[in-house]
Design a protein around this ligand. Sequence first.
Ligand code: WTA
Length: 652
Amino acid sequence: MSSKNSTPSHDHDAVIKPSREFSKNSRIPSMAAYKRLYQESIDKPATFWAREAAELDWHKKWTKVLDWKPPFAKWFVGGKLNVCENCVDRHAAGPRRNKAAIIWEGEPGDKQVITYGQLQREVCRFANVLENKGVKAGDRVLIYLPMIPEAAYAMLACARIGAAHNVVFGGFAAEAIADRLEDSGATTIITADGGWRRGKVVPLKPVVDLALESYQNVNHVIVVNRCHTDTPMTSDRDSWWHDDIKGVSTRHKARAFDSEQPLFLLYTSGSTGKPKGILHTSGGYLTGTHSSFKYIFDIREQDVYWCTADIGWITGHSYIVYGPLANGATQVMYEGAPNFPDFGRFWKIVEDHGVSIFYTAPTAIRAFIRAGDQFPDAYDLSSLRLLGSVGEPINPQAWNWYHRKIGGGKCPIVDTWWQTETGAIMISPMPGATPCKPGTATHPFFGIDAAILDDSGNECKAGEDGRLVIRKPWPSMLRSIYGDKKRYETTYWSDYPGLYTAGDGARRDKQGNFWIIGRLDDVLNVSGHRLGTAEIESALVSHPAVAEAAVIGRPDDLKGQAVSAFVILKAGNKESPELRETLRKHVAKVIGAIAKPDDLYFSPGLPKTRSGKIMRRLLKELVATGTISGNVTTLEDFSVIDHLKNQLSRPS
Ligand code: WTA
């Protein structure tokens, strides 16, 4: 089992309790209150979840809370709702009409405040545009946009008309888009000419054009003019967003959809080469995101919430779009980089907009620590009352700095463990109740029956490492892998039949806190982003010079894990620094810059077992320590290790 940061055992660690002031005003003000509600939610999940679902607007009430034929779940069976109405119309129709839904800031400094009333008009108008183009309920729409308000409008408009969106992170390359189009069968794309990142335009539409050279079933490409760049348009296929909305009504009557209507697909990396299209549906997903956002961020009418994730990831779906908007929250949305024009940008945004709840990733916190305290010190962060962390285990050093420097020692930190597949937060402190220790996500959310099992399926004792599982279905769980029920069953439900395996290693301490150790499969977590080693390997071998490749994660202070690649060249190719650079760039071209190997070593062979399996364990140990101390008796060719040791002692 690998550990990215310091391995926790921490029964003796200092415990940080929420202040009396914070607890007094929060929904769950004590551990006793948490335990009471948690017990009820586990003993009578249908009662608990029905009560949570009833906080949403339904056109038709469900007849049954859960239909569970393992591993296939249906939630709120027979119920009908419109997800977009729940996030927009019900607020626009009441006292929140002129409340800010989104306070948006572009990287160059342009700003927009979008009220719930305006959000309704924008979303309705764009829903009409999509329908005018023939997009129907059940269709798939690919969204490849920067962090601009149109991203939220596009997602909500799809939800409104019952089309499933597939948001692709703007850092992914053309082949990744083409693969997703192919797998999802999307026929409409919403993109922009580009987006701003570190003072430069990152082109998006040209990447879509490249993807469409290999996939030709797309009828419409709608393009937001974000950066006023010179963008070639294909006349019968491409149109500008601003032209499409001209003269189109800002009213749109929302239809009710079945609770199990697909809401979105989001592709994520697994241990094989092909990314999985995680399928989420409507009623259960919205119940889970609404409920978890309400309790875990303890949202109040006057809060200004800011999640720094990108909408291309699940965090952007659940905790920028659906969770906060379903709760009628005010939130900040920011387009650009944390260090533009300098590392003070985030703190300036906090001060300018009076952000009270701030949700970010440990990798960002580590980058801020490295940049220096002068940046946060220059701003007034006293509006903050609650902080959150997501994406990877937060190392105690980062936790303490975040608590002290950003939170002024007074803000609870919710370290939230969850996944693309779980849809919503599964393990997290309750900010007004849970005593925290830096590095643990603490206790399961309501209705979440989390446990840690050993290889034979027995529950681990305190302090023992095991596999993290969820023993009961929950409303925001994935319903399947798009188009591949078999893979859904084998990936998540076959380690322990009937139980969901998360793929993470974990342990509990004596107080029952969950400490997440990291992935157990061949999935890397680079700066909080999931990347499959097999995906990067297959990108490498798609280059004509490469015969074979192995990719592993190496511990990295900033990113959590860095990508180390080992490459065997085909005969006739010579190792050279130029070729190394070409291969690194090739991976960026095939998958995206986030997957570019940090180190790349050439090797005449790879350490393999006699049955031909690459021994990644040895490669990991080699890059982490420079040597091998473990058992190598199963190795097929010992000379490979010596060669690699020599390579590693030279800079890559
Ligand atoms: C890791 C992101 C420790 C974990 C929401 C998980 C975490 C994977 C935490 C999912 C956390 C996420 N502590 N590890 N608080 N949050 N992870 O699908 O390995 O992008 O399986 O979802 O990130 O990544 P994904």
